[in-house]
Design a protein around this ligand. Structure first.
Ligand code: F6P
Ligand code: MN
Length: 323
């Protein structure tokens, strides 16, 4: 089986980006090990602190963040990082050529039930003019991403990665510690009969989502004329992996509760990397108003509505916004 390095070279990734990705993934392998130790290492459960988003931090959130922060800061390739678990950007090497944004442990409430979790990341060039502690350099639309991916810590540890030449899936071979290519050039099926949304928020959804989901639930008796199934992992990384693997539509839509918080998911280190992977696999990713990758960020922890997955199903959903 082909190794990660060979595939990255075949895709024309520059050597420094390959080295950065290998460094980042070395951190993810350590996270994978720490996560797998679970209760044996006393790493389950919460800390007493909250992150900048007001979410209680799990012990594994803090551990995973520290692992990635240390390995990326010491690598020399990175000028600064932004993380879900850091209030502000973290300056690294003033001469580094890249910026990395990450969610060190997505879906971390799943740690205590031994269910799916993962690390999500995206990488852009670091502008020459920026100071390493200047957050404005991170405010680039997702169209500027040079690499994005996630590592899913499941029954297998799997990497989904794109450098802009398709999305490939790799599986971590724990016998020698390498990521091996297990699915090249993933293509998300264009049609689906599976959706993912947290239905307990229904009363807070905007009208197009109410109407669209209503029609899916009406099944073969409704205007769609077919039954749909629903799945919800409660970890974006798990839901997106399913959608990449067998199609589907994933939504965390605009929420009427708080206009300051138009969705739950964060643009830089959740929505953008997943949108990049999805588009590279032939899927679509929208806020309901436009392409996620074209949203111009205004702050590093900005949230956006997310609708992504199978091309034709996302297109159908978007027709409800135009109605
Ligand atoms: O990181 C936010 C997140 O945990 C996502 O991974 C996941 O899709 C979503 O929130 C789950 O939200 P809820 O708590 O509404 O199920
Ligand atoms: Mn997350």
């Amino acid at each position: 089986m082909k190794r990660l390095n060979s595939q990255l070279q075949e895709d024309g990734a520059p050597m420094e980006l390959i080295l950065l990705l290998r460094t980042l993934l070395a951190g993810c392998k350590e996270i994978s090990f720490r996560v797998s130790q679970g209760a044996l290492a006393g790493v389950l459960g919460s800390t007493l602190s909250e992150n900048v988003q007001g979410e209680t931090q799990k012990k594994l959130d803090v551990i995973s963040n520290q692992i990635l922060k240390d390995i990326l800061s010491e690598s020399g390739y990175v000028k600064a990082i932004s993380s879900e678990e850091e209030d502000d950007v973290v300056p690294c090497n003033p001469n580094g050529n890249y910026l990395v944004s990450f969610d060190p442990l997505d879906g971390s409430s799943n740690t205590d039930i031994n269910s799916l979790i993962g690390t999500i990341f995206s990488i852009t060039h670091a502008p020459q003019w920026m100071d390493a502690d200047d957050p404005s350099a991170f405010l680039q639309p997702g169209t500027q991403i040079v690499a994005a991916g996630y590592v899913l810590y499941g029954p297998s540890a799997m990497l989904a990665l794109s450098t802009g030449r398709g999305t490939h899936l790799y599986t971590l071979d724990k016998t020698h510690g390498g990521f091996l290519l297990t699915q090249k050039d993933v293509q998300v099926p264009k049609q689906t009969s599976e959706f993912a949304i947290n239905a307990s928020n229904q009363r807070h959804w905007e009208d197009p989502v109410q109407d669209y989901i209503g029609d899916l639930i009406a099944g073969e008796d409704g205007p769609r004329g077919k039954d749909f199934n629903m799945r919800w992992v409660a970890a974006m990384v798990g839901d997106i992996h399913r959608v990449l693997s067998r199609g589907g539509i994933f939504m965390y839509p605009f929420d009427k509760r708080n206009p300051e918080m138009p969705g739950k998911l964060r643009l830089l280190y959740e929505a953008n990397p997943m949108a990049f992977l999805m588009e590279q696999a032939g899927g679509l990713a929208s806020t309901g108003q436009g392409r996620i990758l074209e949203v111009m960020p205004t702050e590093i922890h900005q949230r956006v509505p997310v609708i992504l997955g199978s091309k034709e199903e996302v297109e159908t959903c978007l027709t409800y916004y135009k109605a």
